[in-house]
Design a binder for this molecule. Structure first.
Ligand SMILES: [Zn+2]
Length: 332
């Protein structure tokens, strides 16, 4: 007789959301959850692991935990489970004729269809929409209708780094779950467990500022490495009063861009106050920072404050290009 497999739930950090769902009995689950918090802290990963837990065939207490080997878990891992619909890119929900570029588009009709399908296996049906934006009222109304009269055993999870961009009527009908930045010790441990050497793991954890996706990108040299480079070049130009191009900044990266700008400005302050370029968080950036126009610490502090205000603007409906231009004027 073989023992029942151990159930796991391997999200990194996030004790708050974990505790919330650990306490829940499956019959107490709401129909709509809004996972909100900064980019890269694991909202989408958590949503997917929660879905996997709900679909796992292994009996358990509560809602968290999956065996990783039952037919259901295998299908979730393969992306072929018929009761799970996941859309993880930036989703703009429109009417299907607006010609959005480089973004995944889901029409209101798709959404209604996904939410009205019944579970194939007789259990939960789960719809996960990452970084959703409602481009039309039609799409928002489709979601509202679902939230007002939810079909039995259908669960909708939306993730967003900017809950302020969602309609109040949608937000108020969902259970909000806040995700916090992940501790740098946890990020470091996570990277070490993936075989990253100690020095790189520590640098990446420091750079990441609680953003796990960014930490991974630092060690793997992914999209974040390119973004860092672009943000640094933009800041170089802005501080010199040049007419820097900001067309590459969009809704889905502005949060990361501004955090990077703010981090560089903080490094500038550290280098300025200590007079030591080696104090910069990233070794190769000390030289870059040393070449910036001279400012006193009050001027640098004002620049950091302006970057913070820009972050606030970016979390509203102000277009990214406008936010970057506003910040450029403050910095020059
Ligand atoms: Zn399973």
């Amino acid at each position: 007789m073989s023992a029942a497999p151990a159930l796991v739930f391997d999200a990194v950090g996030q004790p708050g959301p974990r505790a919330l769902f650990e306490r829940l009995r499956p019959e107490r689950l709401a129909h709509g959850y809004l996972f909100h918090g900064p980019a890269g802290v694991g909202k989408k990963t958590f949503a997917q692991l929660l879905a996997k837990s709900l679909l796992c065939e292994e009996p358990k207490q509560g809602v968290l935990g999956y065996c990783g080997r039952c037919p259901s878990c295998v299908r979730v891992d393969a992306g072929t489970h018929p009761d799970l619909f996941v859309s993880l890119g930036t989703v703009r929900m429109g009417t299907g004729d607006a010609g959005f570029h480089e973004e995944e588009e889901l029409t209101a009709r798709d959404l209604v269809r996904q939410m009205s399908l019944r579970s194939y296996s007789g259990g939960w049906r789960i719809v996960i929409l990452g970084d959703v934006e409602f481009a039309t009222h039609e799409a928002a109304n489709a979601l509202l209708k679902f939230l007002e009269e939810p079909p039995a055993q259908v669960l909708m999870i939306l993730t967003t780094a900017a809950p302020g961009r969602l309609l109040d009527t949608i937000r108020s009908r969902m259970i909000g779950v806040r995700f916090d930045p992940v501790g740098s010790a946890q990020i470091e441990a996570f990277l070490r467990a993936r075989g990253v050497d100690a020095a790189r793991a520590r640098t990446a954890a420091g750079l990441a500022q609680g953003d796990l996706a960014r930490a991974l990108s630092v060690v793997e040299g992914g999209a974040y490495a390119d973004l860092r480079q672009q943000a640094a070049q933009w800041l170089d130009g802005a501080l010199r009063g040049a007419a820097v191009e900001s067309g590459w900044v969009a809704r889905d990266n502005i949060d990361a861009v501004l955090r990077e700008v703010k981090r560089l400005l903080r490094d500038w302050l550290v280098v300025r106050v200590s007079g030591d370029v080696r104090r910069a968080l990233v070794a190769d950036e000390g030289e870059r920072i040393a070449a910036w126009p001279r400012r006193d610490w009050a001027g640098i502090n004002a620049a950091i404050a302006a970057a913070g205000e820009a972050q606030g603007l970016a979390a509203t409906n102000v277009p990214p290009g406008f936010v970057m231009d506003w910040l450029r004027v403050q910095l020059s």
